[in-house]
Unconditional design. Structure first.
Length: 211
C-alpha cells in the first residue's frame, strides 16, 4: 500500500492514490507527495512535527534571525495558540450558561458574572488571533483551504459577538431584570458566539489530532 503525505498539515494517507481533499486540513490532491517505504517508516516512527523541521531549516539557512522572528518561532514551537485558545473557550460556555440562567430566573448576579467573563474573553482574543495567524503561516505555510477559511471566520465571529455583548451590557446594565421576550436577540447572539467557538475548536482538533 502506498503512503502519501500532505505537505500542509503532515497527514499520512494509505492507498493507491492520494485523497482528493485532505481530511484534516482540506488541502487538495496536489499538495500530497508519495513517501517511499523508508520515509513512511520514519514518519510514523518519530512523528516529527512540521514546525520543528521549519525551525531546523531556518537555523541552518541563516544565523542572523531577527528577535521578532525568534519570538514568533518559539510561540509556534511551544504551542502558544492551542494554549491561549483554551482560555476563552473554557470561559465562554460558562458565560453563556450564566446568561441563560439569568434570563430564565432574573438573577442579576449571574448576569454580572457573565459580563465579567465576556470582558475576559474580549481581552484574551487578540493573543488567540495573533498566535493562530502565526501558526497558520509558519506551520501550515499560509495555505488558504476551506478549513482554514472557516476557522478564521469563526474566530472573527467569536471576537465580534463578544465585543457586541460587552457593549450591550455597558449600555443596558439592567439587562437581567428585563422580561425574557426582550432578551431574545441578546440570547441569540450568545448562541451564535458559542456555536462559532465550537466550530473553530472542532476544526482545530482535527488539525492537531489528524483524525
Amino acid at each position: 500500500m502506498k503512503k502519501w503525505k500532505c505537505t500542509v498539515c503532515g497527514y499520512i494517507h494509505e492507498g493507491d492514490e492520494p485523497p482528493e481533499i485532505c481530511p484534516v486540513c482540506g488541502a487538495d490532491k496536489s499538495k500530497f507527495v508519495e513517501l517511499d517505504s523508508a520515509e513512511a517508516g520514519e514518519e510514523i516512527a518519530d512523528q516529527q512535527t512540521i514546525e520543528e523541521k521549519e525551525l531546523a531549516s531556518k537555523s541552518e539557512a541563516s544565523v542572523f534571525v531577527s528577535t521578532f522572528d525568534r519570538l514568533f518561532d518559539l510561540m509556534v514551537k511551544h504551542h502558544v495558540h492551542p494554549i491561549s485558545v483554551h482560555i476563552p473557550n473554557g470561559v465562554l460556555p460558562a458565560s453563556v450558561l450564566f446568561i441563560v440562567l439569568a434570563a430564565i430566573f432574573n438573577i442579576s448576579g449571574l448576569s454580572q458574572a457573565a459580563f465579567y467573563n465576556l470582558v475576559f474573553v474580549v481581552v484574551t482574543m487578540p493573543l488567540v488571533l495573533f498566535s493562530g495567524y502565526l501558526e497558520w503561516q509558519k506551520k501550515y505555510g499560509g495555505e488558504l483551504t476551506n478549513r482554514f477559511i472557516i476557522k478564521m471566520i469563526c474566530a472573527g465571529i467569536v471576537t465580534l459577538t463578544a465585543i457586541i455583548l460587552v457593549v450591550w451590557f455597558l449600555i443596558d446594565p439592567k439587562l437581567a431584570a428585563e422580561p425574557l421576550y426582550r432578551k431574545g436577540m441578546f440570547l441569540f447572539i450568545n448562541v451564535v458566539m458559542l456555536a462559532a467557538a465550537g466550530a473553530a475548536g472542532f476544526i482545530g482538533g482535527k488539525l492537531v489530532f489528524k483524525d
